[in-house]
Structure formats: structure tokens, C-alpha cells
Design a protein. Structure first.
Length: 261
């Protein structure tokens, strides 16, 4: 059953990731979600033919709009998000298995992909993704705790979420240009979710996020020559740290805190 769950969730991730393009595009540009769902970002002309087929729609997006002739931005992004989302959700299913807790983590995985895509393009973490995700994930974690009486997990989630939010808030106050308040909100969501698995998992999430951010940030600054003034969004690294924690947080935390035990 675990293999079936992993396969089904991976397939669902392909469809969900592809569909996130509209969410990412319209949230990033602060436009409305009125129909048609798939349309030209410039003139609003509705997509047709292969443009309505999941995954394959990127083929049509490579060509200029037939109505206005404008080039479509990020033609390969739907396919990229589909692949990443499938990998994340499949990995979560492999890690968590047939457990009711898989539901909140699947929602978290989809949200992290969307948040990362928006932050990479716009240098912003949209509240219209973070708040609804928190509003869904939090009660689902409560349900997951109630099913098997894992109230300790819920308590650890609350502690990790509050600690992460508070810690990042302090950084935001001290260095507002280096840490936006969107990162503070996202840190609270990541802490809450990974903390449900254990405080060690939450620690690994943020450790991995900072390590990834530092490593890739140095590479980007070296490649662009922009030095410290180079703008690098931190949301994708927080998201990556959360994924690392869900998949391998247990072994990493054990290696860090039980060395020589």
C-alpha cells in the first residue's frame, strides 16, 4: 500500500504542480482569479487545444500568443513545478506512509512549491498562500494527533512554530532589509509542520535552510559579481529545508545530537 500511495501522490503532484502556474502567475502580478483559468497574461485570451492539456501546455506556451502576439513568460515553469511537486509529494508519501498525517504534509508540499516559485520571481512570499495553508494544515495536524492520541506531537509543533516565528521576527527587526516579514510568517508555518514530527526535525529544517541559502547564495554572488548587494530570496531555501527535514530529519537529528552516544 505504501508503494501505491507513493505512486498516486506522485501522479497527483504532477497535476497539482502544473496547475500551480495560474496561482503563481496571478498572485505574483496581484491579478484576479476570474475565468478563463488558463489564459494569456497580456491580453487575457483563453488557451485552447494543447494549451488546456496538463504538462503538455508548456509546448503552446513556448510560442507567442495567437491573439496578441506577446511572448508567454516562463513557458517551462508549469512542467518544472509539476516535476518538483511530484518528487516532493512522492517523497513525503514514502516517508510518512499510509498515515492520516500525510494529508497536512501533502498540502504543505504543494504550498511550498508555489511559495518558492513566487519568491524566486517576485521576491515576495504571498500571504494568500501562507495563511490558507496554515488554516488548513493546523487543524489537520490536530486531527492527526487526535486519531492516534499523539498530543505530544501537537505540543512540539506549537513550540517549534512559536519559536521559529519569534526567532525570525527578531532577525527581521534587527535586519529588516535582510529578512522580510514574509519569511517570518513562512518560518512559523515550517516550524509548526516540521515540529509535529519532532523538535529535532524542526531544527534540521532551519539548519538545512540556512546552509542551502549560504551555499547557493555564495555561488550566485560569485557568478553575478554583485557581492552582498545581490538580492537572493530566502523562501525557497526555507522550503527546501522543510523538505529535507520531512524526508531525512530523523537520521540527521540523531547524527547531530547523539554523536558518540
Amino acid at each position: 500500500m505504501d508503494a501505491l500511495t507513493t505512486g498516486l501522490l506522485s501522479a497527483g503532484g504532477l497535476l497539482a504542480g502544473d496547475s500551480l502556474e495560474t496561482v503563481v502567475e496571478r498572485l505574483g502580478s496581484r491579478s484576479s482569479f476570474e475565468r478563463p483559468w488558463w489564459r494569456c497574461a497580456s491580453c487575457g485570451a483563453a488557451a485552447s487545444g494543447v494549451g488546456l492539456v496538463p504538462i503538455l501546455r508548456c509546448v503552446q506556451r513556448r510560442t507567442p500568443c495567437s491573439a496578441c502576439g506577446s511572448s508567454q513568460s516562463h513557458p517551462w515553469r508549469p512542467a518544472a513545478m509539476a516535476i518538483v511537486c511530484a518528487a516532493v509529494l512522492g517523497g513525503f508519501a514514502w516517508r510518512i506512509g499510509n498515515d492520516v498525517a500525510l494529508a497536512p504534509f501533502a498540502l504543505l508540499g504543494i504550498a511550498l512549491v508555489a511559495i518558492s516559485a513566487v519568491d524566486l520571481e517576485r521576491f515576495m512570499i504571498p500571504n494568500r498562500i501562507v495563511y490558507p495553508t496554515l488554516a488548513l494544515v493546523a487543524p489537520l495536524l490536530v486531527i492527526s494527533s487526535a486519531v492516534d492520541h499523539r498530543w505530544g506531537s501537537l505540543a512540539r509543533a506549537a513550540i517549534a512554530g512559536a519559536a521559529a516565528f519569534s526567532g525570525f521576527f527578531v532577525i527581521h527587526v534587527m535586519v529588516p532589509k535582510g529578512m522580510g516579514f514574509g519569511d517570518v510568517r513562512l518560518a512559523g508555518l515550517v516550524g509548526l509542520s516540521t515540529g509535529w514530527l519532532g523538535l529535532g526535525h524542526a531544527f534540521v529544517a532551519f539548519l538545512a535552510g540556512f546552509v542551502l541559502g549560504a551555499f547557493i547564495g555564495i555561488l550566485v554572488m560569485a557568478a553575478t559579481g554583485g557581492g552582498r548587494k545581490t538580492r537572493i530570496p530566502f523562501g525557497p531555501f526555507l522550503a527546501g529545508g522543510a523538505v529535507v527535514a520531512v524526508l531525512w530529519g530523523g537520521p540527521i537529528a540523531h547524527a547531530l545530537f547523539h554523536r558518540g552516544a
